[in-house]
Design a protein around this ligand. Structure first.
Ligand code: UTP
Length: 289
């Protein structure tokens, strides 16, 4: 299974992050010293994917710009002899090949993925990941998923177990465990009411899909929240082609959720030896206040 491209929808309104996201895309909000989207893209690069298709909207130009050169800034850094910073700027500009397509109306994640149909084409499988969700620890996230998809030659989705009283916040996968942490998907439901499903396997925004997903997306009627739900098309794909759900390793942060966003900042700050001790001291001070 060839997987060369990743589709990253970044066209949403980010209403949970207002007012921070009023004029800045929520995918560009910083987590420690990098914007959210850079972590997402680095995960794809770790999976060996460098062709990135951003699904964008009118005010998301900054997302594409972040992965491009900035000649003025580079000239300033060069003149000042700040070579380490210059290298950092170049590294980001050279990280990926950027392609983009507009989602002209924000009709949901499924619709956003469908917008990428023309760029993805109908020959190869592709990865998809939401633009506001970070995963860390070993091969967690797309590398883990891509490896499983290649091995089994089937579409795969990333899942994590959530508490039974939180299933109504996620797409939930149901299926049989065929190896530890690997499930053959039998059905998928978007945001089921608490108590109506046995499974606690929540879809966490990581996918390897085959191009027939686009035909299914064309057929999906607006579902929960009036949106074209990717989960509904995934359920059709699972029935017709088969699909695996892979329990993701690692820690996950949903950058659209303030507690996760702030926790991610602390996590990455504490991982940097340059600021670890000072940050830990400040956190202790704040906790004792
Ligand atoms: P979310 O539902 O988390 O993002 O979608 P949102 O709609 O922007 O945020 P809230 O819920 O209002 O705060 C996950 C990802 O899918 C993109 C978002 O930009 C985000 O990266 N998305 C969502 C689209 O590209 N198009 C859509 O129509 C919806």
């Amino acid at each position: 299974m060839e997987i060369r491209k990743v589709v990253i929808p970044v066209a949403g309104w980010g209403t949970r992050s207002i007012p921070a996201s009023k004029n800045i895309p929520k995918e560009m909000l910083p987590i420690y010293d990098k914007p959210v989207i850079q972590y997402v893209v680095e995960e794809a690069v770790m999976a060996g994917i460098r062709d990135v298709v951003f699904v964008t909207s009118q005010n998301k130009k900054l997302v594409e710009d972040h992965f491009d050169y900035n000649p003025q800034l580079e000239a300033v850094l060069e003149r000042a002899g700040k070579t380490a910073l210059l290298e950092k700027v170049h590294h980001v500009a050279e990280m990926i090949t950027v392609m983009s397509v507009r989602q002209k109306r924000q009709l949901g994640l499924g619709h956003a993925v469908l917008c990428a149909r023309g760029i993805v084409g109908h020959d190869d499988a592709f990865a998809a990941t939401v633009g506001d969700d970070l995963m860390f620890g070993g091969d967690a996230g797309l590398p883990q998923l891509v490896e499983t998809a290649r091995k089994h030659n089937l579409p795969c989705i990333g899942v994590m177990e959530v508490p039974a009283d939180k299933v109504n916040r996620y797409g939930i996968a149901m299926g049989k465990e065929i190896e530890p942490g690997l499930f053959r998907v039998e059905n998928l439901v978007e945001k089921p009411a608490v108590g109506t499903v046995d499974s606690r396997l929540a879809i966490v925004g990581r996918y390897v899909l085959t191009p027939d997903i686009f035909d299914h997306l064309e057929k999906v009627k607006p579902g929960v929240g009036g949106e074209i739900q990717l989960t509904d098309a995934l359920a059709m794909l699972a029935r017709e082609r088969g699909m695996l759900a892979v329990k993701m390793h690692g820690i996950r942060f949903d950058a659209g959720d303030w507690v996760d966003y702030l926790a991610a900042n602390v996590y990455f700050g504490l991982r940097d030896p340059k600021i670890h001790d000072e940050l830990q001291r400040r956190i202790r001070e704040l906790l004792n206040n």
